[in-house]
Design a protein around this ligand. Structure first.
Ligand code: SAM
Ligand code: SF4
Length: 359
């Protein structure tokens, strides 16, 4: 049988090989991590790009079983950041050379929401003289809406598939037309067709999820030929239906380690894509994002949401940095990135090299 060392040097991995890599421990795991660090340095460089994150609204029409801001959670206060506050956050990002911002929110598709986002996009372009890259993470929308938002200035879109296994997807969502795996997939295909840099991702350590599912997720990213991936551990939230399975989850240390392995293996498989070191990584380990950067991630999303709204955007328990002002957040991240041995690509969009290389 092939050793881990033989496998990581192969040009492509089979599902069986991925299962072996995901199950590795100790020296074997370290071999994977070192290989991923090497590949990151060679193919995307040791630069980390900032995406200032604006959690624009927690109003959501959906009821995903894992998410703390699902429509059915009536304990939280619903908010929408005002246009002025968005503009202030954008100015902060621009003046501090962040390079890009991400606009994220619960999913809505009413006309007013679509128009509000369009107006904000146009304003962002104007204020930043077209110099800030814009990523959207606003869920499933029609082709018309995706096109409109692109015309208004967005060029990257993040829509996690959550899991590439349709049966598991069903267990994580209500069984209705608002939560169909096929529609999720169609949206991802639309985004690609329209010309966005497309990002997707999964949660790791979900109830009912197996190592085989995760191996399939990695194969899905490769097969779909994604430009960007944001993935991280699933973290339970008391006010959600999945909370009842909390005792069946793998423990948080193992969930964190599995997430690191997913990032490292993906970096080896897809050498020139952008991979985010997600906030959920830091929730499970105070140095989680630095560790993710070390094993292949190259994107960080400092939070620019006005502090007063943050306690109402709790997707999961113990979300970090909910009371840090943007400037504190920036200083803290700068130090963390230095520790990881990387530098920040200030003022650069840091687009997916994979997207450019495909053309
Ligand atoms: N509503 C949009 C959507 O669903 O694509 C964007 C916002 S949604 C809050 C962003 C991501 O949060 C989801 O894709 C999901 O993977 C993640 N998320 C939600 N609940 C989570 C949890 N309990 N643990 C970890 N990640 C979670
Ligand atoms: Fe809404 Fe997104 Fe949360 Fe699902 S994951 S409930 S769509 S915010």
């Amino acid at each position: 049988m092939n050793t881990i060392k033989d496998i990581i040097d192969k040009p492509i991995f089979t599902k069986e090989e991925l299962i072996l890599l995901l199950s590795s421990e100790k020296e074997d795991k370290q071999l994977i991590f070192s290989k991923a660090t090497e590949i990151k340095a060679e193919y995307v460089g040791r630069k980390v790009y900032f995406r200032g994150l604006i959690e624009f609204s927690n109003k959501c029409r959906k009821n995903c079983f894992y998410c703390g801001i699902r429509a059915g959670n009536n304990i939280i206060n619903r908010y929408e950041v005002s246009e002025e506050e968005v503009i202030d956050a954008v100015k902060y990002a621009y003046e501090n050379n962040y390079g890009s911002i991400v606009l994220q929110a619960g999913e809505r598709n009413d006309r007013q929401f679509v128009e509000t986002i369009s107006n904000i996009l146009k304003k962002i372009k104007k204020i930043a003289n077209g110099k800030l890259g814009i990523t959207l993470s606003l869920g499933e929308q029609t082709e018309k809406t995706y096109r409109k938002w692109m015309e208004n200035g967005a060029h990257r879109y993040l829509l996690r598939i959550e899991t590439s296994n349709p049966d598991l997807y069903k267990k994580l969502h209500p069984d209705d037309d608002g939560h169909r795996f096929e529609i999720r997939l169609e949206c991802l295909q639309l985004l690609k067709k329209i010309g966005y840099q497309v990002g997707t991702g999964v949660m790791i350590g979900l109830p009912f999820q197996t190592i085989e599912h995760l191996a399939d997720d990695l194969l899905f990213f490769k097969e779909f030929d994604v430009d960007m991936v944001g993935m991280g551990p699933y973290i339970e939230h008391e006010q959600t239906p999945l909370y009842q399975y909390k005792d069946q989850l793998i423990n948080k240390t193992n969930r964190f380690n599995l997430s690191l392995k997913m990032i490292a293996i993906l970096r080896i498989m897809m050498k020139d894509i952008n991979i985010a070191a997600t906030t959920a990584m830091q929730t499970l380990d105070p140095a989680g994002r630095e560790k993710a950067l070390k094993v292949g991630a190259n994107i960080i999303m400092p939070n620019l949401t006005p502090v007063k709204y943050r306690e109402n955007y709790l997707l999961y328990e113990d979300k970090p940095c909910i009371d840090e002002e943007a400037s504190e957040c920036k200083n803290c991240l700068e130090a963390r990135i230095k520790i990881a041995g990387d530098e920040i690509g200030y003022g650069e969009w840091g687009d997916s090299k994979h997207f450019a290389n495909k053309k």
